[in-house]
Design a protein around this ligand. Structure first.
Ligand SMILES: NC(=O)c1ccc[n+]([C@@H]2O[C@H](COP(=O)([O-])OP(=O)(O)OC[C@H]3O[C@@H](n4cnc5c(N)ncnc54)[C@H](O)[C@@H]3O)[C@@H](O)[C@H]2O)c1
Ligand SMILES: O=C(O)C[C@H](O)C(=O)O
Ligand SMILES: [Mg+2]
Length: 483
C-alpha cells in the first residue's frame, strides 16, 4: 500500500534574499536537506541587491516546520519576512458566503423581491404552508447544527471552535450535491435547550444535520427531534459514519474473501459513531461484535450508567470477551476505530487474524497510522483525505440529504441508510477493487447520484416520501444541474 506524504500541512516562507551573499539554490539545499518538499516558488519582488520570494514547502508537521524555519533563519543573507500556514490562509474570513439568485437592479426588481411584492408571497404561504417548499429556500436548505461537544476527535472544544468544521460540511453539501447548508453552532449543551432551539428554527429548513454532538446526549436529541419535526433529522456522526463503514467493510471483506457473519469485529470508541456503526453491522448480519472503550471491552456482567451502553452490552460480545483492547483484539478480523489518536498499537495489529482489516477513523489523528499498520494488515483505511481509502461520512451526507430533499422525505429510515451503504459500495466495481481502493473517493462522480437514487427508492418503499413520484423524477434531474 502506498502512503502519500501528508498534504494538510504546508507553509509559505516569504524570504528576502541578499543576492551578493545567498542564492535560491543554497536555500533549496537547506530545505531539501531537512526533507522539506518545495512545491512552489513565487517571485514577489526583484531589486538590484535583493529579491523577495515566496517558497511553499510541504512539511510533515509543526515540529518539522519549526526546524526548517529555524535553519533558514540561520543562513546569512536570508531574512525570513514571515511564515504563513496555507491551511490557516484558506480559513481567513471563513469559507462560505451567501449568494443572490437574481440581481436587484432597479425599483421594479426591489418591489418584487421586497416590499410590497413579497407580502403577497407571505400571505400565500400563510394560507397554504406547503407553499414554503416552492416559494422559499426551505426545499433545498439544511442546517448543520453542532454544540461543539465532540468536535472530530478533539473533544468538547465549544461552539466557536466547531465553526470551521461546520463551514467545511456546508461547503461539501453545496459542492457535492448542490444542497444549501448553514453552519449553526449553539452556545448550549443542554439537551432540552438544543431540542427547543432546533425546533424553533426548523421552519427555515428542509432538513437538520446534527454534527459533532457527544454521546449519550446525541441519542435523545436526535430521537426527540425526529418525533417532533416533520423534516429529516440525521446525526451525521452516527448514521453517516455507520453507512460509510458498512460500505467500506462490505468491499474490504469481498477483497479478503471473508463473510461478515463469520468475522470477529472489534469496535473501539463506544460513542455516537461506535454505537450506530455496531447497530448497522448487526442489522447487516454481523454476529460477533465486541465494543471497547476506555475501561476495556463492554460485558454483560457490568452495570453501566448509560442506557446505550447497557443495550450495547446486552446485544454484542457473544463470547463475553473481557479486558483491554490489547486482549480482545487477538484474532480479530476487523478493527473499527472511532475513538481517539494512537489507541491501537502495532503489537495489537500483529495479533489480529490473517487477512486483517483496520479502519482507524478518529480525526484528525487516527488510532494507528497507515505507516505503522501497513506491514501487518490486508486492508487499511482512515478518515483522512491524505491517505488512500478515506472512510468518512462525507461519502454519505451529501447524497442522503439530496435524496431526502428531492422526494421530500419526512425522515431518514433504516432502509434508506442501508440503500445508501450499498450504493456507495457498488460505486467500486469488482475490477477496480484493490486494497488501496475499497471505497470510492469523495470526488467520484457516481457516488452522490447513486446514493440519491437509492435513497429516493427506499424512501418511497418505506412510505416516508411526501412528493408525488412522477414529480420527484423530474425535479431530481434539475436539482443536480448546478453540481
Ligand atoms: N471518519 C469519519 O467519518 C468519522 C465519523 C464520525 C466520527 N469520527 C471520529 O470518531 C471519533 C469519535 O467520534 P464520536 O462522534 O463517536 O464521539 P463521541 O464523543 O460520541 O464518542 C467517542 C468515544 O470514544 C471513547 N474514547 C475516547 N478515547 C478513547 C480511548 N483512548 N480508548 C477507548 N475509547 C476511547 C470515548 O470514551 C467515547 O465513548 C472522533 O475521533 C471522530 O473524529 C470519524
Ligand atoms: O468531520 C469529519 O471529517 C468526519 C466526522 O464527522 C468527524 O467528526 O470526524
Ligand atoms: Mg463529525
Amino acid at each position: 500500500m502506498s502512503v502519500p506524504k501528508s498534504v494538510n500541512h504546508s507553509i509559505i516562507l516569504r524570504l528576502e534574499i541578499d543576492k551578493e551573499i545567498a542564492s535560491f539554490g543554497q536555500i533549496a539545499t537547506v530545505i531539501g536537506g531537512l526533507n522539506g518538499d518545495i512545491v512552489a516558488i513565487d517571485v514577489i519582488n526583484v531589486g538590484r541587491e535583493r529579491t523577495i520570494r515566496d517558497i511553499t514547502v510541504t512539511v510533515s508537521g509543526q515540529e518539522h516546520s519549526d526546524l526548517i524555519v529555524q535553519e533558514v533563519k540561520k543562513m546569512s543573507g536570508v531574512k525570513v519576512i514571515h511564515v504563513s500556514d496555507r491551511t490557516f490562509l484558506v480559513h481567513l474570513g471563513g469559507k462560505i458566503e451567501t449568494k443572490l439568485k437574481l440581481p436587484i437592479k432597479n425599483r421594479d426588481d426591489l418591489s418584487r423581491v421586497y416590499t410590497p411584492g413579497v407580502a403577497r408571497i407571505s400571505s400565500a404561504i400563510h394560507e397554504d404552508e406547503s407553499l414554503a417548499y416552492s416559494l422559499t429556500i426551505k426545499r433545498n436548505t439544511v442546517a448543520v447544527v453542532s454544540d461543539g461537544s465532540a468536535v472530530l476527535g478533539l473533544g468538547n472544544i465549544g461552539p466557536k471552535a466547531a465553526m470551521p468544521v461546520m463551514e467545511g460540511k456546508a461547503m461539501l453539501f453545496k459542492q457535492l450535491s448542490n444542497v444549501d447548508a448553514f453552519p449553526i453552532c449553539l452556545e448550549t449543551q443542554d439537551t432540552d435547550e438544543i431540542v427547543q432551539t432546533i425546533k424553533a428554527m426548523a421552519p427555515t429548513f428542509g432538513g437538520i444535520n446534527l454534527e459533532d454532538i457527544s454521546s449519550p446526549r446525541c441519542f435523545e436529541i436526535e430521537q426527540r427531534l425526529t418525533e417532533e419535526l416533520d423534516i429529516p433529522v440525521f446525526h451525521d456522526d452516527q448514521h453517516g459514519t455507520a453507512v460509510v463503514i458498512l460500505a467500506g467493510l462490505l468491499n474490504a471483506l469481498k477483497y479478503v474473501g471473508k463473510n461478515l457473519r463469520d468475522c470477529k469485529i472489534v469496535v473501539c470508541g463506544i460513542g455516537a459513531a461506535g454505537i450506530a456503526c455496531t447497530k448497522m453491522l448487526l442489522n447487516a448480519g454481523a454476529k460477533n461484535v465486541i465494543g471497547v472503550d476506555r475501561d476495556g471491552a463492554l460485558v454483560r456482567s457490568v452495570k453501566y450508567e448509560s442506557s446505550a451502553w447497557e443495550w450495547y452490552a446486552d446485544n454484542t460480545n457473544p463470547d463475553q470477551e473481557a479486558g483491554p483492547l490489547s486482549d480482545v483484539i487477538k484474532e480479530a478480523d476487523v478493527f473499527i476505530g472511532v475513538s481517539g489518536p494512537g489507541v491501537l498499537k502495532q503489537e495489537d495489529v500483529k495479533n489480529m487474524a490473517e487477512g486483517s482489516i483496520v479502519f482507524a477513523m478518529a480525526n484528525p489523528t487516527p488510532e494507528i497510522t497507515p505507516e505503522e499498520a501497513e506491514p501487518y494488515v490486508s486492508v487499511m483505511a482512515t478518515g483522512r483525505s491524505d491517505y488512500p481509502n478515506q472512510i468518512n461520512n462525507v461519502l454519505c451526507f451529501p447524497g442522503i440529504f439530496r435524496g431526502a430533499l428531492d422526494c421530500r422525505a419526512s425522515r431518514i429510515t433504516e432502509e434508506m441508510k442501508l440503500a445508501a451503504a450499498k450504493a456507495i459500495a457498488s460505486s467500486v466495481t469488482d475490477d477496480e477493487l484493490n486494497p488501496d481502493y475499497i471505497i470510492p473517493g469523495v470526488f467520484n462522480e457516481k457516488v452522490v447520484e447513486r446514493v440519491r437514487k437509492a435513497v429516493i427508492e427506499a424512501a418511497y418503499e418505506s412510505g416516508v416520501a411526501r412528493k408525488d413520484q412522477q414529480h420527484t423524477r423530474k425535479i431530481n434531474t434539475e436539482s443536480l444541474e448546478m453540481v
